[in-house]
Design a binder for this molecule. Structure first.
Ligand SMILES: Cc1cc2nc3c(=O)[nH]c(=O)nc-3n(C[C@H](O)[C@H](O)[C@H](O)COP(=O)(O)OP(=O)(O)OC[C@H]3O[C@@H](n4cnc5c(N)ncnc54)[C@H](O)[C@@H]3O)c2cc1C
Length: 293
């Protein structure tokens, strides 16, 4: 069985920064793995500016930020294992890795979990109806639009006015898509005000506050939704073909659920808690890497 001093799961902003910091502080026997082909995590699909004000003094795009961290990593020489899923982590300090070459076990002294977060899906919401085609999370649409240049067609409704909902409303509008509204159950916009002013305000897309989706309609394909105005109890039928959910991010700690908190386990980035700004995830990860060294 192969063995390393420090295994890092996830090569997003946090995993790359933790790896670079640990290397700078003298740890040489590091292995960084990610299920994707390239490092960067969520960053390559975030084509908007808004990343790195604290680190660079100016706002970069997600891909530019990822390229900077990736070049740091290459310079340091930390080995990166792409297209490798970590399937499980055991209390005896071994991880089961799966790649095209098959399964293999890797032993380690310390583990940094940097697996990011996952999006809450429609299945986690109290929404009636079947699950027809045409319902996506905001991250899925962002990946299709920015990495595969695939534009959704038809009338689009976005549920949730957090940063991801606002960014996608603006990007879809700029790509020529028909976004009919952003719906938000609370009484105020959920995202950063800078994102509201940058992405939603200029588009004229209505933000429907104190409103939520209670039912999805359509057999096989989505044809519309039922909205409820929470203050009046009034129901509105709205025709739409695409429903995008942007209803929250949850730290992804699935791999360590049964492990407790042994002293060799460290968390960095969005799998620890969701960071609104990448600079904060990077700062946290750098401290984790340094502390282990
Ligand atoms: C849509 C969106 C917009 C944002 N906009 C901004 C912005 O404008 N400005 C800003 O500063 N910040 C922004 N952020 C926040 C910032 O981008 C994130 O906080 C940061 O990039 C998170 O990095 P991370 O490394 O923790 O997670 P991620 O980037 O999600 O990386 C996690 C990595 O772990 C890998 N992984 C997960 N599980 C496994 C496994 N079992 N085996 C192998 N690999 C695994 C994944 O493939 C992924 O590459 C935004 C975030 C999002 C989602």
């Amino acid at each position: 069985m192969e063995h390393c001093k420090l295994l890092i799961i996830g090569a997003g902003a946090a995993g790359m920064s933790a790896a670079h910091s640990a290397w700078e502080h003298g740890i040489r026997d590091i292995l960084l793995v990610d299920s994707r082909a390239c490092p960067g995590g969520i960053l390559p699909q975030c084509s908007h500016r808004g990343f790195g004000k604290a680190l660079f003094g100016e706002e970069k795009t997600g891909p530019e930020y990822a390229a900077f961290l990736s070049s740091q990593l290459t310079e340091s020489g930390v080995p990166f294992l792409p297209e490798t899923d970590v399937l499980s982590v055991s209390p005896d300090r071994t991880a089961l890795l799966s790649s095209r070459g098959g399964l293999r076990e890797t032993g380690f002294e310390h583990l940094i979990l940097a697996t990011g977060c996952r999006e809450r899906s429609i299945g986690e919401l109290p929404v009636c109806g079947s699950r027809p085609a045409g319902i996506f999370t905001a991250g899925q649409i962002q990946e299709q639009l920015n990495l595969r240049q695939r534009r959704p067609s038809g009338r689009i409704l976005i549920l949730g006015s957090g940063d991801l909902g606002l960014i996608m409303a603006g990007q879809l509008h700029d790509a020529g898509c028909d976004v009919v509204a952003v719906v938000e159950q609370s009484g105020r916009c959920g995202g950063l005000s800078r994102n509201y002013h940058r992405f939603l305000e200029p588009t004229g897309i209505p933000l429907m506050l104190r409103t939520t989706v209670t039912e999805v309609c359509g057999q096989g394909r989505l044809t519309g939704v039922k909205l409820r105005q929470l203050d009046t109890g009034k129901t509105i039928n709205l025709d739409c073909n695409i429903l995008i959910t942007a209803v929250g991010l949850v730290p992804d700690q699935a791999l360590i659920r049964r492990l407790g908190r042994p002293e060799w386990l460290h968390l960095a980035g969005n799998c620890h808690h969701v960071h609104e700004l990448v600079d904060s995830a990077v700062q946290e990860a750098r401290s984790v890497g340094a502390a282990i060294a």
